[in-house]
Design a binder for this molecule. Structure first.
Ligand SMILES: Cc1cc2nc3c(=O)[nH]c(=O)nc-3n(C[C@H](O)[C@H](O)[C@H](O)COP(=O)(O)OP(=O)(O)OC[C@H]3O[C@@H](n4cnc5c(N)ncnc54)[C@H](O)[C@@H]3O)c2cc1C
Length: 510
């Protein structure tokens, strides 16, 4: 007889782990199945020669204080899994305007803007923050964990009526794109480029396509006078490990190196999964944390054809180039944790090899590298086209040559700051969209769906198949750590039902 559990989650990305851990907390027998050897999906860590490398996220916030509007912080608290974070404020940018040290916190940023542009432009920024403040407050008043898929949205809103009433005017901005607000309130080119860059780093799309609620929340957090960013001690791997601990503490299980081949259906109901080795596991609920294109490959073509056809047309964000380095830290005492480089604003923020992010987490957390060394992860954020790579084989001469050419960008930028960087390295790993697809398990190495906020919200976590759910970057509220954590909670809310959700919200005083 085949094995049976209440909930199977396909994929241990942050969305899948949040969903699995919350379902386990709600008393369900949960099994999370992950194809890769490490949990965390885009946010996994790996070790080489004593260096702890990161595969994805570098910017984390809202994890170091409570209360927090970050759904990941809320979920970790519900799971009783505190996370040690190192707070910081400053990072560097290398822009066409010059090399600047910028940071979160309104006054520091205004001082930079005032010097670079003028006091009047700094005032323009301050006024924009004032416009965003009620929108951020409106987003805050409706915590994502309070939503339950499939339930009557009006009813859910009415239940929170008294909390939402003061925010009604600002709420109309929450569903749409950020650009109309920026167009109305910002005219200075530097400020507009800055906002466009942050939108692109968050959503993989420019401000015209990025959700206003997400950006208002981010600006609310980052430009609060007391703001700080939080680096999780131990990096992404520590976050994934905390969620796995939360899953296992409630009796759930994670199985690594375990690829799901297909979802088993009976009629239009999901009843389990089949693994690559042929083993079948039955379940009452199956949740796919894989991206939408990979999820569709798990389903028989003949089921729910209209939904499948529609979702198969989802446009994809571009992919990434990566550079991972381990290097000698001697004499580099004032390195920032992050440097964001933009080549030419006129090419547009989405242009290929026009923006790159460099992170050196060992600056804050020395345990990430051997003594006296630094660990670096650089990436071009969702601006590397897939097509030139699609027909190449990893390891072939043509692939290696294209990789050298495309990744030369990282070295050019790094050599501006550390001229002898190549001589300092004892570990060098360059990555391409093919490596990204291989190690992060995403279709065409994409950042996720390129769904414009101007056209509406991301699809929810429900599907037309009974017992089959989705969570992660292909579902509402979209790409990024806080959104995927929220999507995991939404799927868990749907599976566990109203009473369990109510208990969760009460336990967090939300
Ligand atoms: C380079 C980079 C930098 C980023 N920087 C930031 C940042 O600074 N801040 C931020 O908030 N966000 C950032 N993000 C975005 C954020 O990391 C992602 O949006 C988020 O981690 C995606 O989580 P997810 O739940 O969608 O799952 P994913 O991470 O996509 O994980 C899905 C998992 O499912 C597994 N899987 C797929 N198919 C199967 C199958 N058939 N069987 C078993 N397992 C399967 C995959 O192996 C994978 O582990 C970054 C992303 C990248 C790539």
């Amino acid at each position: 007889m085949s094995r049976h559990c209440d909930v199977i989650v396909v994929g241990s990305g942050i969305g899948g782990l949040c969903c699995g851990a919350l379902c386990a907390r709600g008393g369900r027998d949960v099994l999370v199945l992950e194809a890769h050897s490490q949990p965390g999906g885009a946010a996994h860590g790996f070790t080489r020669s004593g260096y702890h490398f990161e595969s994805g996220p570098s910017l984390w916030s809202g994890l170091g204080r409570w209360p927090s509007s970050n759904p990941l912080a809320q979920i970790l608290r519900a799971l009783d899994q505190p996370l040690e974070v190192i707070s910081y404020r400053d990072w560097d940018v290398i822009f066409p305007e010059g090399h600047l040290r910028i940071g979160v916190g309104s006054t520091d940023f205004e001082a930079v803007v005032s010097d670079l542009r003028s006091p009047a432009v700094a005032q323009e920024w301050r006024s924009f923050m004032e416009v965003l403040q009620p929108i951020a407050a409106a987003a805050d008043a409706l915590p994502l964990l309070a939503l339950r898929p499939g339930a009557d949205v009006m009813g859910q809103l009415l239940r929170r009526g008294s909390q939402l009433l003061p925010h009604l005017a600002a709420m109309r901005h929450l569903g749409g794109a950020f650009a109309p607000l920026v167009d109305k309130h910002l005219s200075d080119p530097f400020l507009r480029h800055w906002v466009d860059l942050l939108c692109f780093l968050i959503s993989g799309m420019p401000m015209a396509d990025t959700n206003a609620a997400a950006m208002a929340t981010l600006f609310g957090e980052w430009f609060d006078p007391e703001a700080s960013l939080d680096y999780p001690k131990g990096g992404s791997a520590a976050v994934a490990a905390a969620l796995v601990r939360g899953l296992e503490a409630h009796g759930g299980q994670l199985q690594l190196r375990c690829s799901v081949r297909r979802v088993l259906l009976e009629g239009e109901r999901a009843v389990g999964v089949e693994l690559e080795n042929g083993e079948q596991i039955r379940a009452d609920h199956v949740v796919s944390n894989a991206d939408i294109w990979s999820t569709l490959e798990l389903l028989p073509q003949e089921s729910v054809q209209r939904w499948q056809r529609k979702r198969a047309q989802t446009p994809a964000c571009q992919s990434f180039l990566h550079l991972h380095l381990g290097f000698d830290a001697t004499g580099l005492e004032d390195l920032p944790i992050h440097t964001v480089w933009v080549g030419d604003w006129e090419r547009g923020i989405t242009a290929d090899r026009n923006a790159a992010v460099f992170s050196v987490p060992s600056v804050l957390d020395p345990s990430m590298a051997p003594a006296g060394r630094h660990v670096l992860h650089a990436y071009t954020p969702a601006n590397e086209p897939w097509d030139p790579w699609s027909s190449l084989q990893r390891g072939s001469a043509a692939y290696e040559q294209l990789k050298r050419e495309r990744c030369s960008l990282f070295w050019q930028v790094l050599e501006q700051r550390i001229p002898d960087i190549r001589d300092r390295c004892d570990v060098v790993m360059e990555g391409t969209p093919l490596s990204h697809r291989h190690f992060l398990g995403v279709h065409k190495g994409s950042y996720g769906p390129a769904l414009s906020a101007a056209d509406g919200l991301f699809p929810g976590v429900t599907t037309p198949l009974e017992g089959f759910w989705m969570c992660g970057a292909s579902t509402f509220p979209g790409i990024g750590i806080p959104p995927v954590a929220a999507s995991g909670a939404l799927a868990a809310n749907g599976i566990l039902g109203r009473k369990a959700q109510q208990e969760l919200l009460e336990s967090l005083s939300l």
